[in-house]
Design a binder for this molecule. Structure first.
Ligand code: PLP
Length: 423
């Protein structure tokens, strides 16, 4: 197929007229569709309904005899810690279980380091003259909002096929004001990229000028597969061997395994980091919601039990992702106006359109009743320097709506490209 930019006048006019016609028809359909929300669908949430009746009347003791109804147990109960330690391939002693949100933990540890410093800080980050943070792009908007909130200058590094551009990272960390980076190592948001073992090791081994440098290792999609489970590398061990035991703050949660926002968050790290964490968490409160942790442990039963739940999720998510990719290929393939990722898990597809048209695509879609995540959202300060990237989230609507919405999005991408190239 000839690419749009190489078409002769007549071919271009034909495709432009087709795009305009399709768009007019689309607007007339008066749709109300939404591809913005990276949330589980109602069908997925129902998989865990059993959880609502757990741990059950009279069931309140952990495997080691703790009464979950009472205060205490800052690090969480052993039953759920064991399951997640096995699932992630980490040492039990390094794994804590908290309340429902890993983002809350990320915010807390950032905030405590800003106020008090972490266990390797010469001074609190608030007292540093300048604070810089590495943001892999495209990335997760809520990560960027946290570092923006604390006044970091956010420096971007591109995501490549096997993880971030490590040459760029190695160069940046020579600057002592660069204090850390955000990473979603498995089925990254929004590209779906999984970091290779080499990238994990390089992140663990690299020298950094800041002694208190930290990697916020947000493994939110550790087991969120469509088919085969990925390897979750033990970066805590890699960092320890490399002489940087405190480098990683490792996070995950059951938000997209059981109930989003009502699950259990996991924090794992070195013993020094965990001591530092407890020294602040123990002031903030008396302990996490252990009843919910026991309910989750009983619901899963084992690490394999978690995998079993994720296979159910795959049965709902995989057909939606498959359909998005099929529509993108059939409507836009070969035209040279869009490229997209084909994730094997996670919640998102990253779509790059003709430079300077991402916001136009969102605007066209909105006028046709299809909500897309705002252009720029995948970059710090919501500014995509090329106005190119869009995040597609097919999990929430039913399959037939995903299909209609994506066909509409393809029309908008085409029309925006035609408008741009005609100028
Ligand atoms: C990369 C990433 N981290 C964290 C979260 C939210 O996690 P939690 O519900 O545990 O706060 C999300 C949700 O979309 C996410 O995509």
């Amino acid at each position: 197929m000839t690419e749009l930019k190489d078409m002769n006048q007549q071919e271009f006019e034909e495709i432009a007229a087709d795009a305009r016609n399709r768009y007019e028809e689309l607007v007339q359909r008066d749709l109300q569709l939404d591809l913005t929300r990276g949330k589980p669908s109602a069908e997925q949430l129902s998989f865990a309904d059993e959880l609502l009746a757990l741990p059950g009347k009279g069931e309140y003791r952990t495997a080691d005899g703790v009464d979950v109804r009472n205060y205490g147990g800052l690090n969480g109960i052993v039953d759920i810690r064991e399951i997640y330690a096995e699932l992630l391939g980490l040492d039990l002693a390094q794994v804590c279980a908290g309340d429902s949100s890993s983002l809350n933990i990320a915010f807390d540890i950032m905030s405590w380091t800003y106020t008090f410093g972490n266990c390797d800080s010469p001074r609190p980050w608030s007292q540093e003259e300048k604070l810089r943070w590495i943001c892999i792009v495209p990335g997760y908007d809520r990560h960027f909002s946290i570092t923006e909130h604390f006044g970091f200058e956010m420096v971007t590094v591109p995501m490549l096929d096997n993880g971030p551009d490590m040459d760029a990272i190695r160069e940046l960390v020579k600057d002592p004001s660069v204090k850390g980076l955000w990473a979603v190592p498995v089925f990254s948001n929004p590209t779906g990229v999984t970091f290779s073992e080499d990238v994990c090791r390089e992140l663990a081994e690299m020298d950094t000028a800041a002694p208190d440098f930290r990697i916020m290792w947000d493994n939110a999609y550790a087991v969120h597969v469509f088919d085969e489970f990925p390897e979750n590398y033990n970066v805590l061990e890699m960092a320890k061997k490399a002489g940087h035991p405190n480098r990683f703050w490792y996070l995950t949660s059951t938000s997209k395994v059981t109930f989003a926002g009502s699950g259990v968050a996991i924090f794992a790290s070195s013993s020094a980091n965990l001591e530092w964490y407890a020294s602040h968490a123990g002031i903030r409160g008396i302990g996490p919601n252990k009843v919910n942790q026991l309910a989750h442990a009983r619901y899963f039963g084992s690490a394999e039990g978690v995998r079993e739940v994720m296979r159910q999720h795959a049965s709902s998510l995989a057909p939606k992702f498959h359909s998005v990719l099929e529509i993108l290929e059939s409507r836009l393939g070969g035209l040279g106006i869009a490229s997209w990722t084909s994730p094997k898990g996670g919640y998102f597809i990253s779509l790059d359109v003709v430079d300077g048209t991402a916001s136009r695509v969102v605007e066209l879609a909105k006028e046709a009743g299809i909500k897309l995540t705002a252009a720029g959202s995948t970059f710090p300060l919501k500014q995509d320097p090329n106005d190119r990237n869009l995040r597609l989230a097919p999990s929430m609507p039913p399959l037939n709506e995903v299909e209609v919405a994506m066909d509409g999005v393809a029309t908008c991408v085409l029309l925006a490209a035609v408008e741009k190239l005609a100028n």
